[in-house]
Design a binder for this molecule. Structure first.
Ligand code: FES
Ligand code: FE
Length: 477
């Protein structure tokens, strides 16, 4: 039973969610949505309980028994390949008393044995047995007991999991964004492979802040990373034209996901990969996707809710090219555990000189690297200030108006086959916040938690109703 205070808190956050849905159409949003404990609890149920959430890459789980701990929201899952070669994601909670049965971050095992009373499960989730089974459980139907399992599906080797048993397929959830994922993770015939172990670190920022930043905030580079620009670490090589990139460079968003591309005029750039990359290209790419990859210097984006990606050259002696997936694991209100994976095209996985260069690129964007500390300082400050009572009581609004008609009369749609299925506007790489608005619309669509009729399905255009990928899930928040 809710206490009067809890009831009032819940009514308060529902009002903030509704206000966000209204504000975002004017390019504003309540700052109180960040680092808000009441909203955070709803996010875990309404977003992470229903969305397809990135869990890992198939290259991490090549052998039967390979496993790793991964999270959907705050729920701990064990992603593993069983003896028959199938991938599963099991909730790390024993079916006897709920104890965690996996104490390592990753490894290889055919069975998981609970440390509390010894119940043992095969890596397909079925119950293998328990101590004193004959004496203690004479009538037990073992076939009825198996671990709780998330829905799983993959695209271009990316493994996604979903807690809700019903809902849109992964293909429906990703929608038109698969066109861009093909260029990001399906460019060579053998595909991408992870190298080493993913890095993890915790910081006091809201998961939404970093998902928004990677969705398309090139604008911040000019200020947050000013030191890097002034020392020319970012200004060499393909970055020389940072402030005057070719017009084809763009930001784009589909229904709920977003991407950005820095492009050169040279269609043999290939992000700085060795020349042999041209021989390894995936024949399944369309001519437009091939040209887009050929001219690419840098890619970034966010798959809602909490997977971001970055791929490209890190010049100025920082190494590269490299590809990285970031996952922003919520670990409490205003606390995020970041997981960072390093990927290379499988064709180059045995090239030590390339790997050394690529690794330096990946490292430069880590807590010990040149740029991460710039961002973390800012993001933690956002969480600290946005949790202010002042913002909640006064309804303070933040701003996301770049690229909206109210800001300029010069925004127009730019047609180019390299843009893929999404709409791209003339405000382009630096001065359009449509990607941020898209992420926030997706947040609203799921946080409203209503029926499909109430929230609409949306097509990502600025004027449409909010997308609600969880509307079919049947999960009552
Ligand atoms: Fe796992 Fe008892 S809680 S065996
Ligand atoms: Fe940054």
């Amino acid at each position: 039973m809710e206490t009067p205070d809890e009831h009032s808190d819940r009514r308060g956050v529902e009002a903030i969610i509704e206000q966000t849905g209204t504000d975002i159409e004017e390019g504003r949003y309540p700052l109180a949505i960040t680092n808000n404990p009441e909203l955070y609890r709803l996010e875990l149920r309404r977003i992470f309980g229903r969305a397809w959430v990135y869990l890992g890459h198939v290259s991490e789980f090549q052998e039967p028994g390979d496993y790793a701990r991964r999270y959907i929201g705050e729920d701990p899952f064990i992603l593993t390949r069983d003896e028959a070669g199938e991938l599963h994601a099991f909730l790390d909670s024993c079916m006897h008393r709920g104890a965690q049965f996996c104490t390592a971050e990753s490894g290889n095992t055919s069975h998981f044995r609970c440390p509390y009373h010894g119940w043992t499960y095969k890596n397909d989730g079925s119950l293998q047995g328990m101590p004193h089974m004959r004496e203690a459980y004479q009538d037990l139907d073992e076939d009825e007991i198996s671990l709780e399992e998330a829905c799983l599906d993959t695209y271009q080797g990316l493994v996604f999991g979903r807690i809700a048993e019903e809902g849109p397929s992964l293909a429906e959830y990703l929608g038109d964004f698969t066109w861009y994922l093909d260029v990001l993770f399906g460019t060579t015939e053998a595909g991408m492979t992870m190298v080493g172990e993913p890095h993890r670190w915790e910081s006091k920022h809201d998961w939404k802040t970093s998902a928004d930043n990677f969705s398309g905030d090139s604008y911040h580079v000019l200020t947050t990373h000013q030191a890097g620009l002034e020392t020319e670490n970012l200004a060499r090589g393909p970055w020389e034209e940072l402030t005057d990139f070719p017009g084809a460079s763009y930001l784009a968003c589909t229904e709920r996901h977003s991407v950005g591309y820095y492009l050169s005029e040279d269609d043999e750039t290939f992000m700085g990969y060795p020349d042999a990359i041209a021989d390894y290209l995936n024949p399944a790419l369309t001519p437009e996707q091939r040209e887009l990859f050929g001219r690419s210097v840098f890619h970034f984006g966010t798959v809602f809710p909490n997977m971001s990606l970055i791929h490209g050259i890190q010049s100025g002696g920082w190494g590269g090219p490299w590809a990285c997936i970031r996952k922003w694991n919520p670990r409490g209100p205003g606390v995020t555990e970041t997981t960072s994976w390093w990927f290379v095209p499988r064709e180059f996985a045995g090239d030590d000189a390339f790997l050394a260069d690529s690794h330096r690129g990946w490292e430069s964007l880590s807590p010990g690297g040149a740029f991460e500390s710039d961002d973390l300082t800012i993001w933690e400050g956002i969480a600290d200030s946005s949790g202010a009572v002042t913002h909640e009581l006064r309804g303070t609004r933040g701003n996301m108006q770049q690229g909206m008609g109210a800001m300029t009369d010069e925004v127009e749609t730019v047609e180019d086959p390299l843009h893929g299925p999404a709409e791209v506007t003339s405000k382009g790489l630096y001065f359009d916040e449509r990607n941020s608005r898209t992420i926030l619309r997706a947040w609203c669509g799921m946080m409203r938690g209503g029926t499909e009729a109430e929230t609409g399905t949306g097509d990502g255009s600025e004027s449409e109703a909010d997308p609600d990928p969880g509307s079919e899930a049947g999960v009552d928040a």
